[in-house]
Design a protein around this ligand. Structure first.
Ligand code: HEC
Length: 175
């Protein structure tokens, strides 16, 4: 029983191989071209956030971080610093050659300007040091404004926020 089953399967295998002609170079090239077209179409239909849109997210996180630090909610502050870093990374991913920064490359300018302040913030938050946090926070704001300056947008000055825009996320630390 077992042996005959094996031979039947082997026979089917051989028949299948004989039936499928090896693809010609021309048809392979055509398939690759078709796939390329599909990839290009997918790239176009994918979500591409504009820089201005991404800046609004940065603005919210920047503000939220301030209130978290002032409330000495270090867990929330740690979270917001990480979110800010991820938001910066997303800017580089989606707008590496933004026209505003030309002839500089945003992908070079952004990390160079923000790496230091983010690292200072991480240290201050890890140390649960409010004074160091405030200093590092001002350093971050200066980096934001500095890049706006490089981009020729001197009117975009980033500062410490005074009023929370949204207050449905509690900033006081959990008891
Ligand atoms: C790599 C340079 C760069 C960095 C770093 C940067 N920005 Fe910007 N930002 C820009 C540019 C360029 C624009 C103008 C975008 C446009 O023309 O749509 C802008 C615009 C803005 C705007 C105006 C958005 C609007 O539509 O009103 C805000 C707010 C803003 N940035 C906040 C921030 C904050 C907060 C930070 C730091 C946490 C920051 N930005 C860091 C380059 C930068």
């Amino acid at each position: 029983m077992k042996t005959s089953f094996f031979w039947i399967m082997a026979g089917i295998g051989i028949a299948a191989c004989a039936g499928a002609a090896p693809p010609s170079a021309a048809s392979t090239a055509a398939q690759i071209a078709a796939l390329r077209q599909e990839v290009d179409a997918l790239k176009k239909s994918a979500y591409h956030p504009e820089l201005g849109e991404q800046m609004l997210i940065l603005q919210i996180r920047h503000a939220r971080l301030w209130f978290a630090g002032e409330a000495q909610n270090w867990n929330l502050a740690t979270f917001e610093v990480q979110e800010l870093q991820e938001a910066f990374d997303a800017v580089v991913t989606h707008n590496p050659d933004d026209a505003n920064l030309q002839p500089e490359r945003l992908a070079d300018v952004l990390p160079a300007m923000t790496r230091g302040p983010i690292s200072d913030l991480r240290k201050a938050v890890d140390a649960r040091d409010k004074a160091a946090f405030e200093k590092a926070y001002d350093g971050l704001s200066a980096a934001c404004t500095g890049c706006h300056h490089v981009a020729g947008n001197d009117m975009l000055v980033i500062q410490r926020p005074k009023t929370p825009l949204l207050d449905n996320l509690r900033v006081t630390p959990a008891k």
